[in-house]
Design a protein around this ligand. Structure first.
Ligand code: SAM
Length: 242
């Protein structure tokens, strides 16, 4: 089942008389299975071995390890986003795995807008030539670039991997959550560094005060999770009505 079909089924309008509270979050086992299997496939691939070799040769300080790269690849491949923004493009390790997922999912028209503020780094040096056609490199601070017309108004996926202060992460999550289409995917690296991601997710939950059960109709996200140092949350809403 495609991601869009799955999400449409989950978010089809509830019938008259449906109780407002559900006793348990709807299990998205298909999603978890798909993501786990894409990640396992990537972990053992020649592509991963080659990119990790280049990562080591470049110097791995500040870069994702193989586990997080595989998770990022798997989430992107499962979600099949058309318009993606990432902050902290740097040498392009995260971009490489997003672009590889787009290529493997046959998303030929998809675009990754990658923002990097450091003028002196080796911009997107790790991105293989055959994946570059989907990359839109943007040099500058994300705080400045959001005020220009360089970014699309609506996006399907966002990856945070820039400055990891609590306030900056919180600001980016809020800024790009507004731009995410229904069913959109927000991903963050280094969610362990502070409480920004955990708080962002918590603030978007709604629970019944007496029972503590999830109130799906008032919650803003459909699912969230953390694997390794990657956190992700899926915005609620039927992608067909994005
Ligand atoms: C951890 S590195 C990103 C690694 C990158 N995702 C990769 O996989 O190659 C963080 C990067 O975020 C950039 N950065 C920090 N604050 C930023 C901001 N406000 N706007 C844009 N880039 C920023 C830094 O210059 C740095 O290169």
């Amino acid at each position: 089942m495609s991601q869009r079909h799955l999400l449409s089924r989950i978010w089809s309008p509830r019938g008259k008389g449906t109780p407002p509270l559900e006793s348990w979050p709807l299990p998205l086992y298909d999603v978890w299975d798909d993501v786990a299997s894409f990640a396992a496939e990537m972990r053992t691939s020649d592509f991963m071995a080659e990119v990790m070799r280049r990562r080591t040769a470049h110097g791995s300080h500040g870069l994702m390890a193989a586990l997080d790269c595989a998770t990022l690849y798997a989430l992107t491949r499962w979600h099949r986003p058309s318009v993606i923004v990432e902050t902290g493009g740097f040498v392009g390790l995260s971009a490489t795995f997003i672009l590889k997922a787009l290529a493997d999912a046959n998303m030929v028209n998809a675009r990754l807008y990658s923002i990097e503020s450091d003028e002196n780094c080796e911009h997107w040096a790790l991105v293989p030539d055959d994946l570059r056609h989907s990359l839109v490199p943007l040099r500058g601070r994300v705080e400045d670039i959001v005020r220009t017309e360089k970014l699309p108004a609506k996006i399907d996926m966002f990856l945070h991997d820039s400055g990891h202060t609590y306030w900056h992460m919180r600001w980016e999550f809020r800024e790009f959550w507004r731009r995410l289409s229904n069913g959109g995917l927000l991903v963050s690296h280094d969610v362990h560094m502070n409480a920004a991601f955990a708080k962002f997710v918590t603030e978007r939950y709604a629970h019944d005060k007496k029972t503590g059960l999830l109130d799906r109709s008032r919650s803003e996200h459909e699912e969230w999770g953390r694997w390794g140092y990657i956190g992700f949350t899926i915005k609620k809403g039927d992608p067909a009505n994005a």
